[in-house]
Design a protein. Structure first.
Length: 509
């Protein structure tokens, strides 16, 4: 199932009946799972976090915006947090099986529908923005509800992306976007008398005024306390602990202590694990050390196919072509196993029963081997990347770095070579399944052979590029020769499989 997260902010945090009506309208859409509802009395806003299948995402978000339009009048609204609409901000966030591009499409589809059906002006922001000056939410909502009254319809720079070129009289305007996971994080600096300190800290912290690259921050008074309110828009590049440390340092410079902090809504477990590891100074910490995570992976059987596809589509360098080649080979092996399973035990194929049962076992082993190679290829790339980052200031350090790079590149070439060997074996099994297996599944055997060839060729490309990166390519000469032979061998078997499939198809006519 392809899921997205949606985290709409509504300009109501004090009337439970309104908050519940908005939440219930969203929850009523098929497939929606409400994960969290976080009202804030001082900010007078509520953040609803839900996940939903891609196909229902626009319907769910639209239901919440419509309910907010009907129940919230911004002319009667006051609160600490900036706001421009009854439904203030509606971002889509990609989850397993989806990409940022999917979320951009959702944002634009929702924006068009909100503008057309609800007559609310829509501004697209972040990754969904249609112009650079609207990527930053702070720029989009500048002036808030009251300021937009005068700007929309008169200022060409305030022409909405969708909807009427006028403010909605009670519901204002809405920002709809697509973005990575955002952590809403607040740090408190004691009594309200420290408000100016909170504002100074926020100014030092936020990127727009020279602070941390992926942090947006405001200094606010909340419940009689000074608060630094932050949005951490990329916690991989600016971790939560770094934001907290900077708040603490900047406040201490003015003689003020950070008293406590809070997270609004939900947070990825990785963020908290990193923070905990930092606090107790754990070296070489990895999420693989967490018992519950290992148990989850074991129970679930690893990442889903849609999750893997989404990971490949992301901008991260891993998993890359080598992992995909192994995954493709595993799919080919699985198809060969399927054909063998559809053949064994059938009276018509009694003569090849033992062979097909053995083939199924061989194929199952290759599925396991190639599935493991998916992760191993990604890990090998990570080692290469780490080697290139080693210091080289001194002659000794430079020599150590060169040796580390050589070892890492050779290891990174060995992994796809193993993939190529396994894919060559898959092609052999596929050819046998196509020639002797259940004729009704001949096309499946043919697909298995094609996947095996593609996996082998893809793996060999990775062998070659790693060897080509070696300072002394002679170290990889043997690897290249074997890789060349494996491609030739796999191609022969793949052709044999396709010829057998063509014979089976011809016999049907």
């Amino acid at each position: 199932m392809r899921l997205v997260e949606c985290v709409p902010n509504f300009s109501e945090g004090r009337r439970p009946e309104v908050i519940n009506a908005i939440r219930d309208a969203i929850a009523a859409v098929e497939g929606v799972a409400i994960l969290d509802t976080s009202p804030d009395l001082s900010h007078n806003r509520t953040v609803v976090t839900f996940v939903v299948p891609v196909e229902k995402a626009v319907d769910a978000a639209f239901a919440g915006i419509r309910e907010a339009r009907d129940r919230i009048d911004l002319n009667q609204h006051t609160g600490e947090h900036p706001r421009m609409g009854a439904a203030h901000v509606v971002p889509f966030v990609p989850l397993e099986g989806t990409t940022m591009e999917d979320c951009i499409v959702l944002a634009r589809s929702l924006g068009e529908r909100v503008g057309r059906e609800l007559e609310i002006p829509v501004f697209l922001y972040e990754r969904a923005a249609t112009r650079p000056d609207r990527e930053n939410l702070a720029d989009v909502r500048r002036g808030e509800f009251e300021g937009l009254h005068a700007q929309i319809g008169t200022d060409p720079g305030r022409l909405p992306d969708f909807g009427p070129n006028r403010i909605h009289p009670t519901a204002g305007a809405v920002a709809i976007g697509a973005r990575p996971f955002l952590v809403a994080y607040n740090v408190y600096l004691g009594p309200a008398s420290n408000l100016q300190v909170a504002k100074d800290v926020a100014k030092a912290l936020r990127h727009s005024t020279g602070g941390l690259r992926y942090v947006k921050a405001l200094g606010l008074e909340v419940d009689g306390q000074a608060q630094v309110s932050m949005n951490l828009v990329d916690t991989e590049k600016t971790p939560l602990y770094r934001a907290f440390d900077m708040v603490k340092m900047e406040a201490a410079a003015q003689g003020v202590n950070a008293t406590w902090s809070e997270i609004v809504g939900l947070v990825p477990e990785r963020v908290l694990l990193e923070t905990a590891a930092r606090h107790v100074q754990l070296r070489n910490f990895s999420s693989e050390m967490v018992l519950e995570r290992r148990v989850r992976d074991a129970i679930q059987g690893g990442p889903s196919v849609s999750g893997f596809v989404s990971s490949v589509a992301s901008s991260a360098p891993v998993p890359g072509g080598g992992s995909v080649a192994a995954h493709v080979g595993a799919l080919g092996a699985a198809l060969a196993q399927m054909v063998a399973g559809l053949t064994a035990g059938k009276k018509k194929y009694a003569a090849v029963d033992a062979e097909m049962r053995a083939l199924a076992l061989d194929a199952a082993g290759l599925v396991t081997q190639l599935s493991a190679l998916v992760a191993r290829d990604a890990a090998a790339f990570t080692e290469v990347s780490a080697a290139y980052k080693l210091p080289n200031e001194s002659e000794r350090a430079s020599a150590t770095r060169r040796d580390a790079i050589t070892r890492a590149l050779l290891a990174a070439a060995q992994v796809p070579l193993e993939t190529a060997r396994a894919c060559a074996r898959v092609a052999e099994l596929a050819a046998a399944a196509a020639a002797k297996g259940n004729s009704n599944a001949a096309s499946d055997a043919g697909v298995a052979a094609l996947l095996a060839e593609a996996g082998c060729r893809g793996a060999v490309l990775n062998v070659r590029i790693n060897v080509a990166s070696l300072e002394d390519r002679s170290f990889g000469a043997g690897l290249l020769e074997e890789a060349k032979q494996l491609v030739a061998q796999t191609s022969v078997k793949a052709r044999a499989a396709i010829e057998a499939v063509e014979l089976q198809i011809s016999a049907i006519r």
